[in-house]
Design a protein around this ligand. Structure first.
Ligand code: CO
Length: 218
């Protein structure tokens, strides 16, 4: 009980603080949102999009799910992408994974006790199978986990780039870049996986190069 009251108290302090700095802030936001970014990240409580990037309310449109998966059949994620691209006209989409991702670890270990979550993680098990020759060469569990977190971001960027939504935006000549980043919950730092694509021609090559940077071509 007390915890929830605390949240409302925090909220009041926050709202008043925002008004002190900018009396028009909420009125302006209420009229419209014009974010330039769509963030697709993990639901993990340690990876809040706005705080990490220093962005204000109104500046980033956010979709989060367990292990930042972009799946062809996920109407939730794809609706967010469609709305962000076609209505909000964002210029950048970032797929943001993180080291220490519990979803990636569960996919790697294939534990059955997670029920529905394990079903959701199917695409990551698929990625782990695809790269099993490389993952097998790694010395320990921790490095397999870290590398799979990175590979997952790169593959989800590709999945996003392969959507009709992104393809159509590019066909219309819209300036839209898709990025793949990974966040360190242990040090608070974002790291660019150099998989940014802004046109269909460069997507395959960029994807292959980013994969190779991690697997060494294995
Ligand atoms: Co996670």
């Amino acid at each position: 009980m007390r915890l929830l009251k605390q949240l409302f108290d925090n909220n009041e302090k926050w709202a008043l603080g925002m008004l002190r700095r900018d009396p028009e802030f909420f009125q302006r936001l209420a009229r419209q949102q014009t974010p330039d970014f769509l963030w697709i990240g993990c639901s993990d409580s340690r990876v809040p999009a706005n705080e990490i990037t220093g962005l204000m309310p109104g500046e980033v449109f956010v979709h989060r799910n367990i292990a930042n998966i972009v799946a062809r059949y996920d109407t939730n994620c794809l609706s967010a992408v469609q709305y962000a691209v076609n209505v909000l006209s964002v210029s950048h989409i970032m797929v943001v994974g993180h080291y220490g991702c519990g979803g990636v670890k569960a996919a790697l270990n294939g534990t059955d006790d997670l029920g529905l979550v394990q079903q959701w993680l199917g695409p990551i098990r698929e990625i782990s199978r695809e790269h099993c020759n490389f993952l097998r060469t790694l010395p320990d569990e921790q490095s397999r986990w870290d590398r799979l977190c990175e590979l997952n971001v790169i593959e989800q960027v590709q999945a996003l780039v392969d959507t009709v939504i992104v393809r159509e935006a590019w066909a219309k000549g819209r300036g839209l870049a898709v990025h793949g980043w990974i966040y360190g919950v242990h040090n608070g730092r974002l790291h660019d996986l150099n998989v940014t694509v802004a046109s269909p021609d460069e997507s395959r090559m960029t994807h292959e190069r980013a994969l190779k940077a991690i697997t060494g071509g294995a």
